[in-house]
Write a protein that binds this ligand. Structure first.
Ligand code: Z5A
Length: 221
């Protein structure tokens, strides 16, 4: 077992459009790290199990209507309610693989026209990921993967806007938050095994760096 009281786990976030392969790759990465003897857990946002998460779930299923800013703040609150557990897990040596995080929050809400800086503000003080894996795929290619479900944002037109928002974040403002230092763009169009290989290459380094004592920082540094 590679845990010790001094070493901490890594916070690894997967981001990307709907159907970019985040769930598939989280599962594979979990098995990989588990096989190497690391303590690892898979998380996802929204976490639909909390009270806030149930409000989000009903909104996504079109069962309730909410003001764009109200739902944005709920997504953020859903991360805040998990923040302290997240820190406890990391400090006790568990690596967390998180499917969507603050970057989804900003990309999806700003795709509706909300100001990016306004969207970022409630995320300030959440734990900063050690690595953000952006699974890069054109919206048209993602849409070909088995079709979308019936949730609110699962439409090609909206996914195109989200892709643009992610691009803006990756090109500009994220740079000033050291996003480039932790962000890795993964070509998500290739076969599942190839995407998995690209991810393994960058994750191993990150996990070791955290184990060696890299400090935990906060958004948006
Ligand atoms: N949202 C928000 O607005 N604000 C926030 O703060 C947060 C989220 C956190 C719910 O997310 C919505 O909430 C989401 C963003 C918004 N809306 N949208 N869009 P969710 O997590 O519940 O839904 P999702 O992220 O869109 O998950 P998904 O549909 O499950 O997609 P995925 O996890 O990226 O992909 P997958 O399930 O791994 O794969 C999809 C299919 O493609 C599947 O059939 C696979 O077998 C196939 N696949 C996967 N990889 C490949 C490759 N490499 N080649 C070929 N086929 C593949």
């Amino acid at each position: 077992n590679k845990n010790s009281s001094e070493s901490r786990g890594a916070l690894i976030v997967l981001e990307g459009l709907d159907r970019s392969g985040k769930t598939s790759q989280s599962t594979r990465l979990h098995s990989f790290l588990d096989g190497l003897g690391y303590s690892v857990e898979s998380w996802r946002f929204p976490d639909r199990n909390t009270g806030v998460g149930q409000m989000i779930s009903s909104y996504l299923a079109n069962e309730s209507q909410l003001d764009d800013r109200a739902i944005h703040l709920l997504f953020s609150a859903n991360r805040w309610e998990k923040r302290s557990l997240m820190e406890t897990k990391l400090r006790s040596g568990t690596t967390l693989i998180v499917d969507r995080y603050s970057y989804s929050g900003v990309a999806f809400s700003s795709a509706k026209g909300l100001d990016i800086e306004w969207c970022k503000a409630p995320e300030m003080g959440l734990l900063a990921p050690d690595l953000v894996l952006y699974l890069d795929i054109p919206p048209e290619r993602a849409a070909e993967r088995g079709g979308y479900g019936g949730e609110r944002y699962e439409r090609l037109e909206f996914q195109r806007k989200v892709a643009k928002s992610y691009q803006i974040l990756r090109d500009s403002s994220w740079k000033s938050h050291l996003f480039l230092a932790v962000q890795q763009t993964i070509d998500a169009c290739c076969p599942v095994e190839d995407v998995e290989k690209q991810i393994r290459e960058v994750v191993s380094d990150c996990v070791v760096t955290c184990q060696k004592g890299k400090s935990i920082s906060q958004l948006w540094l």
